[in-house]
Design a protein around this ligand. Structure first.
Ligand code: FEO
Length: 463
């Protein structure tokens, strides 16, 4: 069944509720996904992309229920990857002469996967247009490395729909199709997870392409990516998110990640997290066992963090194989602007922390010289080294008395909704908050005295 988007534009993809993994086993799907294809039915009928190979026959059956296949004037293949081109071979058996508009690289990709079948390719470049009738055109925009060299987007004038291919997508199934109908926290998490795990390696391209899109000044009313929701409510919100994420993004957050054999390295991980929380209470700290936690979710947390403490014991003159594979994936994501430090237990030779340091440097992190290397299980003297380890990781000046370091917690906070400013010097006596109470010490059930929203709607106030 096709789903109407705007004017004569419809979705005709495959909503994949059952999908659990993508890119082989490399990407976990937790809330379904979709392979989005679109139909433009103006004076000319245009099919934009198809679906993954396993769903090709369902797709063609659905398509045939909506239109006569022989009425398709043009096919646009934005990208050759088989999750979008998977139905082409079967479809072209039925309509062999229909022109396929795509990039030169997409021809290589499609012929590489499906063989040379003498399809009627029309190669396009940025700025080329395809007249679809009724005064509307598709304007093509090459999107190399978002996320393959062959990637292409197109913009439908008149209805102002940007068919953005993989960019701005999510692996997320939403029956109602549109972003405003989705569970918002889940949508934003899935968009971030998709960006971090699929697009961040090409962050520099993303930045360049966003600047190019901005220059084109397209009046974008809809963003229709190849996976997940169609953005119709404030569609540029996801463009703004990409601008932030592609610019060496970080939050005041630290990830403590470890692999462990007999829990010694795990004990260190928890002690390090405790110390970070003690010396930097405003920082969010998360702990992950990288061998048991979902690696795509862990990478989201590492991406959000300003620093990573990574632990593995020494095993057979190396680190645990789980940590080694995880570091390979970490390097491939090309995170920028992050510090790191290594820790781990050992029984005999003890080169694990040095290997971790080298691998972290190789992955683009700025690595602290201070590694926490513990013989057997951590003892009191080992725990005593953790404050210096954390101070070096966070580049905290340990010569400054703790009271002074904690001064930022006396900072003011502003209500994001109404603009009320909470001043800890004044407190909120009418709300039961004594003068001198830091924002962090206010009970969680306290509400803004002006508009009534909770503490989570306040942000640090920059004077
Ligand atoms: Fe969704 Fe690059 O394919």
């Amino acid at each position: 069944m096709k789903k109407h988007i705007v004017g004569n534009v419809s979705w005709i993809g495959y909503l994949d509720w059952e999908l659990k993994h993508f890119h082989g086993e490399d990407y976990t799907i937790e809330h379904g996904s979709s392979q989005n294809a679109y139909l433009v039915q103006e004076e000319k009928t245009v099919l934009i992309d198809t679906v993954w190979i396993p769903h090709r026959f369902d797709f063609i059956e659905n398509l045939e229920a909506e239109i006569d296949l022989s009425s398709i004037d043009y096919i646009v293949a934005h990208h050759g990857e088989c999750d979008h081109s998977g139905a082409l071979a079967a479809l072209m058996e039925r309509i062999p002469n229909v022109p396929i508009y795509c990039t030169a690289n997409a021809v290589k990709s499609l012929e590489g996967q499906y063989g040379k079948r003498n399809w009627n390719f029309h190669i396009v470049k940025s700025g080329d247009t395809l007249d679809v009738g009724n005064g509307k055109q598709l304007i093509f925009i090459e999107m190399p490395m978002m996320h393959w060299p062959d990637s292409l987007a197109s913009f439908l004038t008149g209805d102002n729909v940007l068919f953005s291919m993989d960019a701005f997508g999510q692996h997320f199934a939403v029956e109602e199709l549109f972003n405003d109908r989705a569970n918002q926290p889940l949508l934003h998490y899935e968009a971030l997870k998709y960006y971090v795990n699929i697009l961040n390696p090409y962050a520099q391209n993303v930045k360049r392409k966003l600047a190019e899109l901005d220059k084109l000044q397209l009046p974008i009313a809809y963003i229709a990516p190849s996976h997940g929701v169609v953005w119709r409510d404030n569609p540029l919100q996801i463009v703004a998110d990409y601008a932030l994420w592609s610019d060496a993004y970080q939050e005041d957050m630290v990830c403590v990640c470890y692999a462990t054999m007999w829990n010694g390295t795990k004990m260190l991980a928890h002690a390090i997290a405790d110390e970070i929380a003690r010396v930097s209470p405003q920082t969010n700290v998360v702990v992950h066992n990288i061998e048991t936690d979902d690696k795509n979710d862990v990478m989201v947390d590492v991406f959000r963090s300003k620093a990573l403490a990574l632990g593995s014991p020494t095993v057979v003159n190396d680190i645990l194989s789980g940590a080694s594979g995880w570091l390979t994936f970490l390097k491939s994501l090309k995170f920028k602007n992050k510090r790191a430090a290594a820790f781990g237990c050992y029984g005999w030779s003890g080169e694990g922390t040095q290997i971790l340091q080298e691998r972290l440097r190789d992955a683009g992190f700025t690595v602290s010289d201070n590694a926490l290397r513990v013989n057997w299980n951590p003892q009191e003297s080992d725990y005593a080294e953790i404050p210096a380890f954390v101070a070096d990781l966070l580049e905290i000046d340990t010569t400054t008395p703790l009271q002074e370091q904690e001064k930022p917690t006396m900072q003011k906070y502003v209500c994001d909704v109404c603009g009320f400013i909470y001043d800890p010097e004044l407190g909120d006596p009418d709300g039961g908050i004594e003068p001198g109470t830091t924002f962090e010490d206010i009970p969680e059930d306290w509400v803004c005295p002006v508009c009534g929203v909770g503490k989570d709607m306040f942000s640090l106030y920059e004077e």
